[in-house]
Design a protein around this ligand. Structure first.
Ligand SMILES: Cc1ncc(COP(=O)(O)O)c(C=O)c1O
Length: 344
């Protein structure tokens, strides 16, 4: 949630560290409970747990057994569980045994595990339908108080009649919607494969099992300079320096710091671009990584020496064709699995 909104709501986020525990496994639920109890000891009352499912930026889905344990945990502590399923229809095949298929939390017989007052689901048209401009989404809840509260504020957030008309036409044309989503998923699968192949070829490791969303969580820890400028007590200073280098080479990428990563050196690579852009982005990315081992002038030469057909003109115009973005330790990242306590 943007900081401004958090300030308006008078809430702060408590991020959960998972260490060596796979944050998608049922064992991770213990970590949430520890964080909740620690917050309580500090006088912070946790009100809600946000889970992004499928996960941004790890690109993985939570298995049903983990979702069930999370529901039980929230029910036990009277904490609201917000499932953000905005990437629900952007799940694709990647031929990876670690990949988990998406199952909505609402399909899990929820009443056995959690009171309906405490379970809420968010969805929107921005991701699966590539329609961020419509500014349309929805909240599914059976909590009447929450519904009433939302109704009082929703009239200040109307999207506009034209947008609603466009969205209605899209949603009602089921044949078109099915074919659009099928094409979208096949393209995501294809670009994901291209991205992974290029990363493999460049020797860049990435988080496995990502079969959803638009991102790969890539590991640039080997390219961090331990001696980078910045406060000695800031473990992310080296990551900031590498991010700057990437931007110098016109690669805009969200880094781990921006996504509250557990450790520095992880970045979110967005692959939902046309093939040429994905390839060019990874090429520059790899060269930037390489340049941290070269002198700056040699690195610049390398970029000049190996331009793809588009590189020169794009660089000349100062465009940013490569859109690579961020994240916590490769296995464990939680910017969108967030516990929100009330500050007041
Ligand atoms: C997990 C997740 N939820 C919600 C949103 C909000 O989407 P929007 O405000 O564009 O509808 C985003 C946007 O990046 C997201 O990644």
């Amino acid at each position: 949630m943007p900081t401004q909104q958090l300030i308006l709501c008078r809430v702060t986020c408590q991020y959960v560290d998972f260490g060596e525990v796979d944050q998608f496994s049922p064992e991770a639920v213990e970590k949430y409970e520890d964080a909740l109890n620690k917050a309580k000891e500090k006088g912070i009352q946790i009100k809600a747990l946000i889970v992004c499912h499928p996960h941004n930026p790890l690109g993985r889905c939570y298995p049903p057994e983990t979702l069930i344990e999370l529901m039980k945990l929230c029910n036990k502590h009277k904490v609201h569980l917000l499932a953000d399923e905005i990437y629900a229809l952007s799940v694709f095949d990647i031929e990876d045994p670690e990949a988990v298929k998406f199952q909505s939390v609402l399909s899990l017989g929820t009443s056995q595990y959690i009171s309906s007052d405490y379970l809420h689901l968010l969805y929107g048209m921005s991701k699966d339908m590539a329609s961020g401009g419509l500014r349309l989404g929805c909240l599914h809840t059976e909590n009447e108080d929450l519904m009433r509260a939302m109704s009082t504020i929703s009239q200040f957030h109307w999207s506009g009649g034209v947008n609603e008309r466009v969205a209605t036409l899209m949603l009602e044309d089921e044949k078109w919607m099915d074919s659009f989503l099928e094409l979208s998923r096949s393209r995501l699968a294809e670009r994901n494969k291209i991205g992974r192949k290029m990363l493999d070829d460049e020797g860049i490791k990435y988080y496995q099992g990502a079969n959803a969303g638009f991102f790969l969580w890539i590991d640039l820890r080997p390219w961090l300079h331990r001696s980078s400028n910045g406060p000695a007590n800031d473990p992310f200073a080296a990551e900031d320096a590498l991010t700057e280098k990437l931007i110098e080479n016109k690669v805009f990428i969200t880094n781990g710091r921006e996504m509250s990563a557990e450790e520095p050196g992880w970045y979110r690579l967005i692959f939902s671009q046309d093939e040429r852009t994905v390839k060019e982005g990874i090429r520059r990315y790899a060269l930037t990584a390489l340049s941290t081992r070269l002198t700056p002038s040699k690195a610049a030469d390398a970029l000049q020496d190996r331009p793809s057909d588009q590189t020169q003109s794009m660089m000349g115009k100062g465009r940013m064709p490569a859109l690579l973005g961020a994240c916590r330790d490769g296995r464990n990242y939680t910017p969108t699995s967030t516990i929100i306590p009330a500050v007041a």
